[in-house]
Design a protein around this ligand. Structure first.
Ligand code: SF4
Length: 148
């Protein structure tokens, strides 16, 4: 039997009391950013908040997760959809890759439809960079509505 791939999830601290329901459901269903694991066993081997702006825990949490076998860090969808989205998400991605040599995926569960509606009206994601950042969790409309 092949070993499961170990992932760690880092969430935006404004959602620190989140019970993780959408992330766990989407992992189980292999939806959103977890669709890349369709044919793989996955184990969540780390879960932490960023520590609050400016995200000081991102400096250390990946190291602890790596010691626990984590090879891929997911920056939770809340960092993308929050009002406002995290302005440091690209930096976190590059830092974790550079410092720890770990893969980083932006997003966890699919973007809920109501967030897409509001951010579209606000033109939040009207740039090439943001289009790249939301791509793994954009999903289809039916799936997004299931996460409202
Ligand atoms: S906006 Fe970014 S740095 Fe601030 S709490 Fe959320 S994830 Fe952390």
């Amino acid at each position: 039997m092949t070993e499961p791939i170990k992932i760690g999830i880092i969430i935006c601290d404004r959602y620190r009391s989140c019970a993780g329901g959408k992330c766990l459901r989407s992992l189980r269903n292999r939806e959103g950013a977890f669709s890349v694991y369709k044919n793989q066993d996955v184990e969540i081997a780390g879960y932490a908040s960023c520590g609050g702006c400016p995200g000081g825990n991102v400096e250390y949490a990946p190291m602890e997760m790596k010691k626990n076998g984590v090879s891929v860090i997911h920056l939770a969808t809340g960092m993308i959809v929050g009002y406002p989205p995290c302005p440091r998400i690209r930096y976190f991605t590059e830092f974790i890759r550079e410092k720890y040599g770990m893969d980083v995926v932006v997003g966890t569960h699919p973007i809920p439809e109501n967030y897409l509606t509001t951010h579209t009206a606000l033109k939040t994601w009207d740039s090439k960079l943001w289009q790249e950042l939301i791509a793994p969790t954009l999903s289809d409309e039916e799936t997004r509505k299931a996460y409202d």
